[in-house]
Design a protein around this ligand. Sequence first.
Ligand SMILES: NC(=O)c1ccc[n+]([C@@H]2O[C@H](COP(=O)([O-])OP(=O)(O)OC[C@H]3O[C@@H](n4cnc5c(N)ncnc54)[C@H](O)[C@@H]3O)[C@@H](O)[C@H]2O)c1
Ligand SMILES: N[C@H](CO)Cc1c[nH]c[nH+]1
Ligand SMILES: [Zn+2]
Length: 435
Amino acid sequence: MLIWNELDTAAQRQALARPVLKNSSALKQTVSEILADVEAEGDEAVLGFTRKFDCPGLTSLVLTSGQRDALANQVSDEVAQAIDTAFTNIKRFHEAQQPDDVVMTTSPGVTCEQRFVALESVGLYIPGGTAPLPSTALMLGVPAMVAGVSRKVLCTPPSADGTIAPEIAFVAKRCDIDEIYLCGGAQAIAAMALGTDSIAQVDKIFGPGNSFVTEAKQQVSLRPDGAAIDMPAGPSEVLVLADKDANPAFVASDLLSQAEHGTDSQSILVSDSRTLIEQTQAEVEKQLSVLSRNEITVLSMENARYILTDDLNSAIEVSNRYAPEHLIVQVAEPRQAMGRIKHAGSVFLGPWSPESAGDYASGTNHVLPTYGYAKNYSSLGLLDFMRRFTVQELTEDGLRQLGPQIMTLAAAEGLDAHEKAVGLRLKALQESGDE
Ligand SMILES: NC(=O)c1ccc[n+]([C@@H]2O[C@H](COP(=O)([O-])OP(=O)(O)OC[C@H]3O[C@@H](n4cnc5c(N)ncnc54)[C@H](O)[C@@H]3O)[C@@H](O)[C@H]2O)c1
Ligand SMILES: N[C@H](CO)Cc1c[nH]c[nH+]1
Ligand SMILES: [Zn+2]
């Protein structure tokens, strides 16, 4: 247990450091080499890396619509119904985010508009290294479908036998995704961003993934010939804010639910109650021992932190500083605490809102900024699958009135051609008025 106000500045920084950033220069190098290989050798490189990391016997990157449908048919009724419930809630919440165009007159004769259109082509990355995540396929496929994106490409690493989870195929079918490729990691991101013979380039890449995927997204987004990306959504993380009355078993289960994602996940408990922290630690040990992903979870709990603060206000400050992907608030007045929360990807209020609800089925999106990017990135939503642009139209009178000011500003910047583009028109208007 770390006692926050006994830590000096460096120790506080260390306490809130993300585990994955330790080897970042080696990671950058590995990923840039993969990107360079895919750029030079296209499909052959993507296939080669997929054979190396995922499926040694893979012969084709393409999963046809027929194969997709055959896989989708294998999903049990029970799972299909659960997916449908999640699909409906996610769809309803994202449909409610549909933006309205703005049309207004800023000054007489000057109309300005803000319009929204769907992106044309998107790449959806569905993680599959340690656990295939059909829920992520829903979180990306549903908003892409609601936005009206015309080309949706899905990449996910194949299993060792060259297939994908039937549930991912089911979701893809439900979201009208018929372009599916069997590849993952940095090579999948490179293929979607730069294009290969089989995988045509997309405009924007979405989706979480491990540190290779996240780094590849960052690198392709910096290239002028690459693709835009949604956000840095890397290894899962959760911070639980809990007071003395929180249920230690609930708190422990939330910490473990993110820890089980991968060895680079991070779970943090911040509380003003030493007793609650000690009880939670005991619960973690108890629950951990029976988890099926015990090995991964034990390793990732090495990244866990238990932080004791003087009071709830300081606990909230610690949370704001960490800017967690998920913030779970198990205190007596969660809505009051919410008023002081500044940075978090998604917030779960009260004892009956486990993070698993948002991960699967409440309707909010589970693709969220990690690494502290919750300070400057938003959680994924419908608008991320759209582009906004503006339109303006000036009438003759509009230009007569605003033109002189525009000319003055252009002259102040020394940009003669800008000034003339208005001056010529004003002159033409004056001459037509004189006739
Ligand atoms: N932030 C979010 O919104 C969110 C949501 C869901 C999942 N996640 C995170 O996504 C991640 C999923 O990770 P995963 O590993 O299970 O699947 P993944 O699909 O992200 O990564 C698997 C790929 O990693 C690549 N890889 C593995 N070892 C490599 C190596 N040594 N060198 C180069 N490439 C290598 C391989 O190409 C493999 O296909 C987890 O960290 C989880 O926490 C985050
Ligand atoms: N917690 C993950 C986001 O960090 C999302 C997820 C998918 N499946 C289960 N959980
Ligand atoms: Zn999760």
